[in-house]
Design a protein around this ligand. Structure first.
Ligand SMILES: [Zn+2]
Length: 131
């Protein structure tokens, strides 16, 4: 048996070293199958569930290219300042001209909490074009 820590919440777990990936039991505390051995993060990406969506209307165009009327993203992004993964929740609502973004660290600190008209958000580079 190796002493291992959960990669999700850091609780100590007794996990046989040969158990890898999907064969590991999930953490009893947080359900993550990620493990940290010897201070090395193993398979960190496994716990980083993200999703995003775009809402398009057929035929609706803004500018030259078709643009989603609403976009949202909820997931993990690597933050260089924090040297850690942070939770990002971001939504763009072009119909209602609204932009919202929150960035929260794993220990619950709020790095960013923005809610403002999308038209005032331009110029910071986040209203990027994906297509
Ligand atoms: Zn855990």
């Amino acid at each position: 048996m190796n002493i291992a820590k959960c990669g999700g919440c850091g609780v100590q777990l007794n996990t046989p070293a040969e158990m890898t990936g999907a064969s590991r039991p999930p953490c009893p505390e947080c359900g993550s199958s990620s493990r940290v051995f010897d201070d090395t993060v193993v398979e960190t990406i496994e716990m980083l569930d993200s999703w995003s969506m775009k809402h398009r209307r057929p035929g609706e165009r803004q500018g030259k290219k078709k643009s989603a009327i609403a976009e949202s993203f909820d997931g993990w992004e690597y933050n260089r300042d924090e040297n850690d993964w942070v939770r990002v929740s971001r939504s763009v609502d072009r119909l209602n001209d609204w932009y919202r973004e929150t960035i929260t660290t794993r220990d619950g600190r709020i790095l960013r909490d923005v809610s403002e008209p999308l038209s005032q958000h331009r110029g910071r580079g986040a209203a990027r074009r994906n297509e």
